[in-house]
Write a protein that binds this ligand. Structure first.
Ligand code: BGC
Length: 738
């Protein structure tokens, strides 16, 4: 449609029809007989028949046949035959599930992430979807928050690169292209700062930190062209984000230039009443529309109130028109007026979904996301060894994550299945060893058909079998971790530990065979003090996705050399949380070994996390030369080049992530001790050498300063280049501005 035709359409719509466009409902309700749904499954939402007929968007269902049928049905119900937008959370893959975002962050490989998003978009598009609620650009610092799994970690720069990569991967250059879906950057803004790591909790962030740490990744997604943004559940400066005019109009729209569709998070407009910000639904509707929220996700707050509010003169109809215009424009950008089914195609669905090419990418992406936290020489294993594979994750298909809502556990390859492809059966043993969880652990979520209760006798037998297998083996691969429902939305944990029943197994097995390699499944950093002390190797595999088993076997055998680096610091223990590398220095910084009494430190634990951001080992070793800067001063418009020589001094080919950090030594506001500014992945054969050169420009030194926007300030800057955030390989230059 031309813009003019689109405008004509908008002008010809009744007020009720326009309000309908701002409503999103669950697709499953629309597919039922309307009366049955309103009386049954949808009762309680307060919708009326007309709402269902006029709704502009649907959530939660995929499948070409179903969505083609639903689109036809809804277009007949709509007076102007306007097609619906079909949306779903395609977070880290659709049916082919890639590693969880926290793992993708650890790959430090935005190109790979872009490919994963592109592949997910392809599967989503043939299944009839138009929009995915991804990427989640929320910065995270508190490992207790379950949604750290959906984030690419604690660093604004890495998150920005990853968010932009996902947007590009999902959307390509033109949403009309086959295989593309619209991306939705979420949750705007600051949701990752939920106090005490408790989901939906208040976020208390200073303007300075909000602007410098939290906002950049959302902005990167918007600059990459994201068609949609989703509001967050938290308050920002005391005002719920979903009704926050300043946040949405001044920052998102005016400053960041976002022109796309703003959708509320699930029921978030309604929840402004619980926040104590809106008096009732009508007030909530008014505040959200005035803030510029275009779509109400799954409540009747807009549909039940906007018409009346306009009639009573309490809301300017132009605000409604503005919202509907953006929604219609997105539909038009997706080409839905010409082709309301877009790429939905049952035949292509069969061809594309889980095809070998997609599985191969999932395998590669998973292996790249793994982080080798410890290895005292026991890895990689060799085919001549007798290996006991023990643990609840040895033959567990459910390793996709709670946000792999279109993934199916039955498609995934377990460690055992993958190991059986490469190891001779006579030297291998496989056993579960223990349940994944103690009886009665609280979980919330959708798919738990697995056995959850075990008798004491069953546990004893499992343990006995495991210990016998461990005794016979040269090396034990112990596959442990969180249940997938222990990470994700509404899955905050105060104790970020491996479930105790598995720790008991770990202790029993380690007692009979000290050669234990822990393969750790988790959606978040865990307290690994005991494991890292006793195990000979620890491989963090996150929630690795459909090809997890193959990827793990690839890494354990050395077919793939691990190269992941932590995207989030692993705290020493939960009492240290939040702990992140890019903190401010304080006036009394503590340095290891300093015994002065009045320093910023704990009496009982170290200040440093157990494993810092950017850290990860390889089967080979790299030496990084002293850093060289080509000049000592920098003026705007110029660049300083920072170079190091990286050499593979080990025995096998490997990949190192060379990281550039900068510290602004003195400024008008305190600046972090280090900030990641760039990184490069280099793959080297044994003995091979490569020079890695980073260019530093004045723009990279900017930070947000109240009242001035992003500025740099003259003075000394320290540059660090190394293979983790703890590198001390540094040189200084001076920024001159006159
Ligand atoms: C989550 C969002 C998600 C939405 C739709 C909400 O509960 O916070 O991240 O996109 O549901 O499923």
């Amino acid at each position: 449609m031309t813009e003019q035709e689109l405008k004509q359409l908008l002008n010809s719509m009744t007020r009720k029809e326009k309000v309908g466009q701002t409503l999103q409902v669950m697709a499953r309700f629309l597919m039922e007989n309307t009366d049955d749904a309103l009386m049954g499954s949808a009762a309680g939402f307060g919708w009326e028949k007309e709402d269902f007929d006029l709704a502009g968007a649907a959530i939660g269902t995929h499948g070409a046949e179903k969505l083609i049928a639903l689109q036809k049905l809804q277009m007949e119900r709509q007076p102007h035959g306007i097609p619906m937008l079909f949306m779903k959370d395609i977070i880290h893959g659709m049916r082919t599930v890639f590693p969880a975002p926290i793992g993708q962050g650890a790959s430090f490989d935005p190109e790979m992430t872009e490919k994963c998003a592109q592949t997910a978009a392809k599967e989503a598009a043939v299944s009839g979807l138009h929009v995915t609620f991804s990427p989640m650009a929320d910065l995270v610092r508190d490992a207790r928050w379950g949604r750290v799994m959906e984030s690419t970690g604690e660093d604004p720069y890495l998150n920005s690169r990853m968010t932009a990569a996902m947007v590009k991967g999902f959307q390509g250059k033109d949403l009309k292209e086959p295989g593309r879906v619209a991306a939705c950057v979420k949750h705007f803004a600051g949701y990752g700062a939920a106090e005490a790591g408790r989901d939906y909790n208040t976020a208390e962030i200073s303007e300075h930190t909000f602007r410098n740490a939290y906002l950049p990744a959302y902005e990167a997604g918007i600059q990459a062209g994201a068609a949609m943004v989703m509001t967050s559940f938290n308050t920002v400066d005391g005002i719920p984000a979903t009704g926050n005019r300043h946040l949405m109009r001044d920052i998102l729209r005016d400053e960041m230039g976002f022109e796309g569709v703003l959708i509320s998070d699930f029921a978030a407009i309604l929840e402004t009443i619980n926040h104590g910000y809106a008096e009732d639904k009508a007030d909530a509707a008014k505040k959200a529309l005035e803030a510029g929220v275009d779509i109400d996700m799954c409540t009747n707050v807009y549909s039940g109130n906007l018409c009346r509010l306009i009639e009573e003169g309490k809301i300017d109809e132009r605000l409604l028109d503005e919202a509907v215009w953006r929604i219609l424009k997105l539909k038009n950008d997706l080409g839905l007026f010409e082709n309301p089914f877009k790429d939905a195609d049952p035949e292509k669905e069969k061809e594309v979904i889980l095809c070998p090419e997609h599985r191969a990418l999932a395998r590669e992406a998973a292996a790249k996301s793994f982080v080798l936290l410890k290895n005292d020489g026991v890895l990689p294993v060799s085919a001549e060894q007798k290996i006991a594979f023990i643990g609840p994750y040895v033959n567990r298909k459910e390793m996709l994550s709670s946000w792999a809502v279109a993934g199916e556990a039955k498609d995934s390859v377990t460690i055992q299945e993958a190991a059986q492809e490469v190891f001779a059966p006579e030297r291998m043993a496989y056993c579960q060893g223990s349940p994944l969880l103690e009886n009665g652990v609280r979980l919330v979520g959708f798919r738990t058909e697995e056995k959850m209760e075990y008798s004491a006798e069953e546990c004893r037998q499992m343990e006995e079998e495991a210990c016998n297998a461990a005794k016979e083996a040269d090396v034990v691969i112990l596959a442990l971790g969180e249940h997938y429902l222990q990470s994700g939305e509404a899955a905050s944990r105060a104790m970020i530990e491996i479930p105790e029943i598995q720790m008991e197994l770990f202790r029993k097995v380690s007692a009979v065979n000290p050669n234990v390699v822990v393969v750790l499944f988790s959606g978040r950093p865990l307290d690994l003090r005991e494991v890292s002390r006793k195990a000979r190797a620890v491989l963090e595999v996150w929630m690795p996705g459909t090809e997890g088993g193959h990827a793990i076997a690839d890494v354990l055998t050395g077919k793939v050399n691990p190269s992941g680096k932590l995207s989030m610091s692993f705290p020493y223990c939960v009492g240290q949380v939040p702990v992140y590398y890019n903190a401010l220095n304080t006036g009394r910084p503590y340095k290891e070994g300093d015994e002065d009494r009045f320093l910023s430190r704990y009496l009982d634990i170290p200040n440093k996390p157990l494993y810092p951001f950017g850290y990860g080992l390889s089967y080979t070793e790299f030496s990084i030369s002293e850093l060289v800067l080509d000049r000592e001063t920098l003026r705007p418009g110029e660049t300083v080049t920072a170079s190091v020589t990286v050499k593979n001094i080990g025995k096998c080919e490997g990949t190192e992530v060379v990281q550039l950090y900068i510290r602004d030594v003195a400024a008008s506001v305190a600046r972090p001790v280090k900030e990641l500014k760039d990184f490069r992945k280099v793959t080297l054969k044994p003995g091979e050498v490569e020079t890695v050169v980073f260019e530093i420009s004045e723009e990279m030194l900017r930070f947000y300063k109240e009242g001035q926007g992003r500025v740099s300030e003259a003075g000394e800057f320290r540059v660090f280049v190394g293979n983790s955030s703890e590198t001390e390989n540094q040189r200084s230059f001076v920024l001159i501005k006159d």
